[in-house]
Design a protein around this ligand. Sequence first.
Ligand SMILES: NC(=O)c1ccc[n+]([C@@H]2O[C@H](COP(=O)([O-])OP(=O)(O)OC[C@H]3O[C@@H](n4cnc5c(N)ncnc54)[C@H](OP(=O)(O)O)[C@@H]3O)[C@@H](O)[C@H]2O)c1
Length: 207
Amino acid sequence: MKIGIIGSGHIGDTAARLFVQAGHEVALSNSRGPESLKARVQELGSLARAATVEDAAAFGELVLIAVPLKAYNTLPRAQMSGKIIIDAMNYYSQRDGQLDFSGHTSSEFIARYLRGSRLVKAFNTMWFKTLGEDAKPGAPLEERLVLFLAGDDAEAKQTVARLIEQIGFAPVDTGSLAVGGKHQQPGAAVYNRPMRPTQAREVLATL
Ligand SMILES: NC(=O)c1ccc[n+]([C@@H]2O[C@H](COP(=O)([O-])OP(=O)(O)OC[C@H]3O[C@@H](n4cnc5c(N)ncnc54)[C@H](OP(=O)(O)O)[C@@H]3O)[C@@H](O)[C@H]2O)c1
């Protein structure tokens, strides 16, 4: 699969490596432009390329957003329309300033901004070091750590769940962007708490 990555910091860069290891093509982008990513894509090998944000979005059948949430209104909506989007962003007011979600989850807010895209909230609950170090592609699902996902588009969620499995984690669906999205936000019971699928399902059942 072709995957565009917007934001190539802790999460975007770690995910890029895992996607390449699983055989996917990636286009990495950041705020400073492709030149600044030249060395990194060389390290990642022939499946990786550096791109502008617009070109990374256009390249991907699936696009991972891994920028600070306050940058949401710089995302290239036109190039993302109709695509499966993974929203890995979290809202921290200290970093992102005051944003008014009008009672919605941050991912519902982003989905509204990126109307016409098929947004799945995932890769946001796990610390980048855990993501980088604890993938177990060869292990049975029950022995892997969970990457949670939420969304309103069943087919898009299936694609993201498959990707999560390919890179060595266990996908666990938390529900819609409204309900599951809330379960995945900072401070929630499964947020930044490494767990295996059995425990994850137990915790979710109590919510
Ligand atoms: N760190 C974690 O463990 C973790 C875990 C889960 C989720 N998250 C979430 O993932 C997001 C990224 O976190 P991070 O820790 O990876 O941040 P980070 O290391 O600071 O990286 C942010 C990346 O976003 C790029 N960027 C910033 N503004 C941009 C814009 N307007 N257009 C394009 N690229 C832009 C930066 O570009 P430059 O490199 O050019 O500055 C950088 O590559 C945040 O929303 C965070 O809450 C983080």
